[in-house]
Design a protein. Structure first.
Length: 291
C-alpha cells in the first residue's frame, strides 16, 4: 500500500509540475492582456511539432531543436498579440471579443497542424528508445519526468527574478495593474505586452515538448493541456504566478489520488469538480493577485 501511495505522490508532483509550466504562462498573459488567451493551449502543440519537424525532418540535434522550437513558439505568440489582440484592444474591444478571437486563433492553428502533420499520433523519442527509469522510495519515475519537475522549478524561479528584480519586471507589474497609467508614466506598453506574450507562448511550447518526449503528440493535444492550465490558474488565484503553481500542484494531487480506486477516465471530471468547488466557495483562488 505504501508503494502505491508513493507512486501516486510522484505522479501527482510530475503532473503538477507540467500544469504549473502551462499555468504560469497563461497567468502572465492574462495579467497584461486582461482576457483568457485560449490560443495559449495550441502553443503546446506548436512547440512539440516544431521539435518533431526539426529532429525527424531536418535531422537537427534534439537540444538545438528544442531551443529553436521554444523561440519559434514564442514568436507565434508575439505575432498573435501584435496583429490580432493589439489591434482589437486599440479599438476598445471587450474581453469577450478578445476571448473569441483567441479561440479562433486556437482553432486555425490547430487546423494548420493537422494539415501539415496529419492527425496521427507521433512521438519525439528516437526510434524504439526506452526511457530510463529511476527507483525512488518504492516508486518509479522516468528521466523526462524528473526534467519536467526541474523545469517547472526553474521556470518559476526565472519569472520571479524577472518580475521582481528587473526593470522590465516592474514594467510588467505596472501594466498589469493599470495599462493607461503605465502609458502616462512613459512605459511602452505595446512592447511590454508583446514580450510577455512571447514568454508565455514559449513556456507553453516548452510544456508541449516535455509531453512529447514523455508520451506522444497530436494536433489536438493543446485543448486538454489548456484546460488543466486554466483550472490550475483559477484555483491558485488568477493573475498570481505563485498561486498558479500551488493550483497546479493541488490539481495534480486531487486528480491522481481521486482515481486511486476508480477508473482513470474520471480524471478530467475530478479536475472540473475541483474548479467548481473553488468557484463556489473560494472564487478568488488560493492566493489573490496581490499576495
Amino acid at each position: 500500500m505504501s508503494d502505491v501511495v508513493m507512486q501516486l505522490v510522484v505522479n501527482s508532483i510530475t503532473a503538477g509540475a507540467l500544469y504549473a509550466i502551462i499555468a504560469i504562462g497563461f497567468t502572465l498573459s492574462y495579467g497584461v492582456g486582461k482576457f483568457f488567451n485560449l490560443a495559449h493551449g495550441v502553443m503546446t502543440a506548436i512547440g512539440a511539432y516544431a521539435v518533431f519537424y526539426l529532429t525527424k525532418g531536418l535531422q537537427i540535434e534534439a537540444w538545438l531543436a528544442v531551443f529553436i522550437a521554444i523561440i519559434f513558439t514564442g514568436a507565434v505568440g508575439w505575432l498573435l498579440e501584435r496583429y490580432i489582440y493589439a489591434p482589437l484592444r486599440a479599438r476598445k474591444a471587450s474581453t469577450m471579443v478578445l476571448l473569441v478571437a483567441s479561440l479562433g486563433a486556437f482553432t486555425a492553428l490547430q487546423g494548420v497542424l493537422s494539415i501539415l502533420f496529419s492527425s496521427q499520433v507521433q512521438t519525439l523519442t528516437q526510434g524504439s528508445a526506452v526511457q530510463q527509469v529511476v527507483a525512488f522510495a518504492g516508486a518509479t519515475i522516468t528521466e523526462i519526468q524528473i526534467i519536467t519537475i526541474i523545469t517547472a522549478i526553474a521556470t518559476l524561479l526565472g519569472f520571479v527574478v524577472l518580475l521582481r528584480y528587473t526593470l522590465f519586471g516592474k514594467s510588467v507589474r505596472a501594466v498589469s495593474d493599470d495599462e493607461e497609467v503605465s502609458k502616462i508614466v512613459g512605459i511602452n506598453t505595446t512592447r511590454v505586452i508583446g514580450v510577455v506574450f512571447f514568454l508565455a507562448a514559449a513556456t507553453a511550447g516548452l510544456a508541449g515538448i516535455l509531453v512529447g518526449f514523455d508520451t506522444a503528440i497530436e494536433p489536438t493535444m493543446g485543448m486538454a493541456l489548456l484546460l488543466k492550465g486554466v483550472i490550475a490558474a483559477i484555483v491558485g488565484g488568477i493573475g498570481n504566478i505563485y498561486g498558479a503553481v500551488l493550483g497546479a500542484l493541488l490539481l495534480g494531487f486531487v486528480e491522481n489520488f481521486g482515481i486511486w480506486k476508480i477508473a482513470g477516465e474520471w480524471k478530467d471530471a475530478i479536475a472540473f469538480a475541483l474548479l467548481i468547488a473553488f468557484l463556489l466557495f473560494r472564487p478568488h483562488g488560493i492566493l489573490n493577485k496581490k499576495s
